[in-house]
Design a protein around this ligand. Sequence first.
Ligand code: AQP
Length: 345
Amino acid sequence: MSTEQAPNANFKPRVFSGIQPSGGLTLGNYLGAIKRFVDKQEEGIETLYCMVDMHAITVWQDPAALRRQTRELAAGYIAAGLDPAKSMLYNQSQVTEHVQLGWIFNCVARMGWMGRMTQWKDKAGKNAEKASLGLFAYPALMAADILVCHATEVPVGEDQKQHVELTRDIAAKFNHDYETDFFPMPEPLIQGAATRVMSLRDGSKKMSKSDPSDASRINMTDDADTIAKKIRKAKTDPDALPSDAKGLEDRPEARNLVNIYAGLADMSVDQVLADVGGKQFGEFKPMLADLAVAKLSPISTEMGRLMQDPAEIDRTLTAGANRARDIAAPIMDRVYNIVGMVRPV
Ligand code: AQP
């Protein structure tokens, strides 16, 4: 039997994940992230879920829209099943330890690491000279978000795996440079179907809240008719559905719709195809639309009800921030001490 300890054996299991309030919530955010947040909360582990508004402003945000979207995101979390008494829900900007550690990590991370991030390449594109410095440094702040609370698990969609790996590199370099074992090595939690939901208009692009085409995504606030219409118009190919997952290779749009069905129904892709293999899209799309409406309508109705009382949402977020600070502040005190600084009392 190996006597080697697991890398995080000395750390309490703790879950952290964030979503940017940079637009309305999409089905991608729900299936790739929020639905998994709820599963984790129910396991009885300490869970912190954050509206990462400091990340959102790496791209210009209208202040009134940012305020509204932050509350809408919090309402989405709660409506989807996160209980603020169990999970800490808060705004990144309200717990200043995030940016304090973010700066220290800017000094630990290397420019080359940031330049290799696919999200940077996708978002900055050919306009890198004009992109904000914050967009380039975003992964160092994300590492700080995770490590400022010593999180050991990070439920995210497939697209964020590279950022969690970078977080481990930053933790390892900090530990090495300061000859300590202070930071854990967080693990990305990417499980089940629909960890990468693609655009309804282009199966090679991820579904995104900032895509200029509203038809490319299902918003959590879309009504039943809009959801049905978007699914009816979703790009597909002319063939019938195959009877196993192998038959979806080279059919990105078909794979995406089956993946979405599997994610919503909590089934595997093969289980879905055992039921619908051989059907044409004319028959499958209405089934998918009915399922999406059945799963999403209760959430959007509850979000609408919660949004009627923005002051209550703000109170919930402030209470969450106070609890998160109780975890982050002593960690930052120790980071300052390791680095050779003193935090103000
Ligand atoms: N299409 C997706 N499929 C699966 N998971 C997804 N996530 C986002 N889109 C998909 C997951 O949602 C969490 C929060 O992501 P984010 O809002 O912080 O940033 P993002 O990944 O950049 O999401 P968007 O919608 O594309 O935002 P914009 O358009 O502002 O950049 C993450 O766990 C992510 O994996």
